[in-house]
Design a protein around this ligand. Structure first.
Ligand SMILES: Nc1ncnc2c1ncn2[C@@H]1O[C@H](COP(=O)(O)OP(=O)(O)OP(=O)(O)O)[C@@H](O)[C@H]1O
Length: 910
């Protein structure tokens, strides 16, 4: 097994860092991990052996890594030996081109020192700060500033392919940090995650230049001399005076004498007054404190709302407690105190890598976290939800964009253009305050999300302006990842939401483990390196840049596969199971040695085989003739059983007599039974453990699903409310428009009516004045004429009606011919022919005497009158009611009526 050969084919270089034991903490099972020292002193250790504790029936395993760092390795050792400077060099691309993307990540069990390695502590810088220092120092004068290039921001916005919101650092920092009152700054200012509090004793001054000089470029441009071995150099950095003693009792017991990682540096260990102030501003701190307090009360108190809910709640309480005005667009949690200073050790001012002298550079910082398999921007403030009135972050997508079709990017991030190291550290600090942390049984400040810190180095050729346009931007990025730690719910004593988070963390780490295992298997077996990295967001983010793009667009722009370094952290005195699991899938190679503890049954059987056989059946069925001696009641121990670590039993003394032989056989059988039972117990114990773990995982999954459902429900409610409001708006607008039209129409209608009324009124008045009036209008005149006509017509009709009525009164039924005959007579008369049956009657004579139109009119009139009579008689008859009158009476009545009509007959005819 050779680790060096893995370098060529593995996607990741894998380093192992062992963390020093926590002072005061007694290791439960002792140290189980041994570093194999190389035979040759000139090489670095690469192998470790994992010795399972005595109570585990596990094989001894041997693992290989690119390099192993022992407990005394310093941050500077890690920085030099993992080749972070080389990663930076690849990004800066001194020989031209776009450079190579780089990835630096830490992986390990919770509390093993990942955050310490990546982000450092109160007094020590981590890989992130050191890498940033080297980046800015190396670019030096070639870094474009917004002051000298006012168009810088716009040109970068135009070149960005990730739909990002790009800001200049001064503007961003001013929007995030609030200047604390002078008194607060001077005395009780709470230290923020990465900066050294004023109350802290300053780190020991070193001979190298300090941060103030770091922002100037190193004119020498001296190259990094790569260190080939794990040199235990600056031991002083780890022996820096420990920070202020903790004032939170729940935290005192943990990690005493050790530096704390980013967040607790500024939170958990702050003195109470400062902490109170700090916590009101930083919800995460409250959360840490709360969970620590909860832990003191017992494991049940870990049942708490989800982190997001806690964050929201805290943000809310913060708003009220602060009583501070918060500008629009800012969430309360963004009002941070401006850090006064940052840790300056270890010092890398002597180190810079070369950059491309013919290019000019710009540095963009972005930060995000993967929480519950979703990506959240750490530099974008949470937005207040319209429906729930709570502050929430919108998850972002990892996708191909229009401008980047061949390569997936986290779309919609906020990116900050930084002009120097200090600005970059301020941005880092702001982002870290947004990251989710919680106190668990394993780590008082445990990361609950995978944190990504991206340094995007943009470069373009200097002075190659063509027709006024500047050269296009290219470049690469360095991504630094602080993964959340795997944890066992039993050890971490998590429950509720924190347990659900742990479930998600473990799940994503399991996928990561599969990917790492596949890559090392592929490297060892010369198989194609196919890694199933699309299983979750974490692996997708970590691995997708390891391969050259294979899409149709790939020819457009060639990108080198990223260089990746993984630092695995482990506590040699910590949890054996969790650590061995991480090592097993992260190691570049693994060897299994012979099982360490032989089966107890085998031990007994082999012993029995060696012993003299008193009878043909050496192991009769264990039918005991008498009960076993009580444990500890005998004086002689059975030597073979003693050799087993699992069973130490004292048995009755043995002699050489036949009775003793029987006794011995019985005891052997009993020992066998004991062995069988203990194996069974062991098996059941393991099965129970597995079941318990599965149950916890299922519970965690359930909780996380519930959380997800709640979040989804909230989102859906919000969407529905928005949609409802939108539709309501539309309907209201429509209603208002219709209403307006109706009002206008009504007004018009009434206007017209009033006009007609006024005219009629005016006409009456004018008519009263007489037609001689000078101002009489022509229209009104016409109208009056029409009214007059109508009156005349009315009068005429009234007269006609009167004449008809009189004619009806004068006519007698007896004098008239039958209706049918009269009808035909009338019709004949109308046609000018003489009537046959009625020629002698005076009436017909009168009719016959008439000529022309007068005759026709008369005939028509008669016909109409006849009809009127008949219908009048019928109506009157009907009006009396058919039921009340007999037919005879009805006839009499009709005759009377006709007679009455006949009396007036002579009146008819005009
Ligand atoms: N190499 C080290 N030297 C000194 N202290 C260390 C070292 N590694 C870890 N520690 C301390 O151990 C504690 C836990 O470390 P850290 O927070 O880095 O763990 P972690 O792996 O990030 O845990 P988690 O996954 O839960 O976030 C911290 O107080 C840290 O200061």
């Amino acid at each position: 097994m050779s680790a060096s050969t893995q370098k060529v084919t593995n996607l990741f270089q894998v380093y192992l860092r062992l963390r020093p034991p926590q002072s005061g903490a007694c290791a439960a099972g002792g140290r189980f991990l041994a570093v194999e020292q190389p035979e040759d002193d000139s090489t670095t250790p690469k192998h470790i052996t994992l010795n399972p504790p005595n109570d585990r029936r596990r094989a001894i395993e041997k693992f290989a890594f690119t390099q192993v760092f022992e407990e005394d390795a310093t941050q500077l050792d890690i920085f030099h030996c993992t080749g972070v400077a080389n990663l930076v060099k690849g990004v800066l691309a001194p020989c031209g081109g776009d450079g190579t993307d780089a990835l630096l990540a830490t992986l390990g069990v919770t509390g093993s020192g990942k955050t310490h390695t990546i982000l450092g502590s109160k007094s020590q810088r981590g890989m992130t700060q050191l890498a940033l220092d080297v980046v800015f120092r190396s670019i030096g004068q070639n870094l474009l500033s917004c002051d000298s290039h006012p168009n810088l921001e716009n040109s970068i916005i135009a070149s960005d392919c990730s739909e990002a919101a790009i800001y200049l650092a001064p503007a961003y920092i001013d929007s995030v940090y609030a200047d604390a009152p002078a008194a607060l700054r001077a005395s009780s200012r709470a230290p923020t995650p990465l900066n050294v509090g004023l109350s802290q004793s300053s780190p020991q001054p070193l001979s190298q230049p300090q941060l103030g000089q770091q922002e100037q470029s190193d004119p020498s441009g001296s190259e990094l001399a790569p260190r080939q071995r794990s040199v235990r150099i600056v031991s002083r950095e780890d022996s820096v005076a420990p920070p202020t003693p903790p004032c939170t009792p729940g935290l005192e017991s943990k990690g005493q004498g050790h530096e704390r990682t980013g967040r607790d540096r500024g939170t958990a260990f702050a003195c109470s007054s400062a902490r109170t102030c700090f916590e009101t501003r930083h919800p995460q701190c409250q959360q840490v404190r709360k969970t620590s307090a909860q832990r003191q009360q017992g494991p049940k108190n870990f049942m708490a709302p989800t982190t997001s809910i806690r964050l929201k709640t805290n943000t809310k309480t913060e708003l009220h407690s602060q009583g501070e005005s918060i500008g629009p667009g800012q969430t309360p949690s963004r009002r941070l105190h401006r850090p006064s200073t940052f840790p300056q050790q270890p010092d890398v001012s002597a180190l810079s890598v070369s950059c491309d002298p013919s290019s000019e550079y710009a540095v963009l910082i972005s930060m995000y976290e993967v929480y519950n398999d979703r990506i959240f921007d750490l530099l974008t403030p949470a937005i207040k939800s319209g429906a729930t009135k709570e502050y929430r972050r919108r998850p972002l997508l990892f996708k191909s964009t229009e401008a980047s079709p061949d390569r997936k990017v986290v779309a919609g991030l906020r990116k900050v253009i930084c002009g120097n190291l200090h600005q970059a550290l301020m941005v880092l600090e702001a982002g870290l305050h947004e990251r989710r942390v919680a106190g668990t049984g394993s780590n008082s400040v445990s990361s609950r999300s995978h944190g990504f810190f991206c340094v995007e180095v943009k470069k373009r050729t200097k002075g190659s302006r063509r027709q006024g346009a500047e050269a296009p931007w290219g470049g690469s990025s360095l991504t630094i990842v602080d993964l959340a730690g795997s944890e066992r719910a039993r050890d971490a004593k998590t429950a509720g939401a924190t347990l659900a988070e742990a479930g998600k963390i473990n799940e994503s780490l399991m996928y990561l483990g599969q990917c790492l295992q596949m890559q090392s298997d592929a490297a060892n077996k010369d198989k194609p390196n196919l890694v199933p990295f699309r299983q979750c967001k974490l692996t997708e983010l970590l691995f997708s840049n390891c391969y050259p793009p294979a899409t149709a667009y790939s020819s457009a722009r060639h990108r080198n596969p990223q260089k990746a370094v993984m630092i695995v952290t482990a506590d040699p005195n910590g949890d054996f199971n969790a650590t061995s699991q991480i090592l097993r899938y992260s190691a570049l190679a693994r060897e299994v040695t012979v099982p360490r503890i032989p089966s107890i049954t085998q031990t007994i059987l082999s012993t029995a085989a060696q012993a003299p056989q008193p009878c043909s059946n050496p192991f009769p069925s264990p039918t005991l003739t008498r009960p076993l001696s009580p444990l500890g009641s005998s004086s002689v121990s059975y030597p073979q059983l003693l050799s087993s670590p699992n069973i130490v039993r004292n048995v009755s003394p043995m002699g050489s007599s036949p009775g003793n032989d029987v006794h011995r056989t019985t005891m052997e059988a009993a020992a066998l039974e004991i062995a069988r039972l203990s194996e069974e117990v062991e098996y059941l114990r393991r099965a129970l453990d597995a079941e318990r773990a599965a149950r916890q995982e299922a519970e965690a999954h359930l909780l996380s699903t519930e959380d997800r459902i709640i979040e989804l429900e909230q989102a859906i409610r919000e969407d529905c409310t928005n949609e409802f409001e939108r539709r309501l708006e539309i309907e209201l607008a429509r209603f208002r428009a219709t209403m307006q039209v109706e009002i206008e129409r009504g007004e018009e209608h009434w206007g017209r009516k009033i006009e007609v009324f006024e005219r009629s009124m005016g006409g009456g008045v004018l008519g009263g004045w007489g037609s001689d009036d000078e101002g009489f209008d022509g229209d009104e005149d016409k109208e009056n004429v029409l009214v007059e006509d109508v009156h005349q017509e009315n009068e005429r009709l009234r007269r006609e009606n009167e004449a008809l009525r009189r004619e009806l009164v004068g006519m007698s039924l007896t004098k008239r011919m039958p209706l049918q005959e009269r009808g035909s007579d009338a019709s004949m008369a109308s046609r000018g022919k003489p009537a046959t049956a009625d020629t002698g009657s005076p009436r017909s004579a009168r009719v016959g005497a008439r000529s022309g139109d007068g005759r026709d009119n008369e005939a028509t009139l008669r016909l109409r009158l006849e009809k009127l009579r008949v219908s009048g008689a019928q109506a009157s008859v009907r009006s009396f009611g058919a039921a009340s009158l007999s037919p005879k009476k009805m006839r009499k009545l009709a005759a009377k009526r006709w007679n009455a009509v006949g009396d007036d007959d002579d009146l008819f005819g005009v």
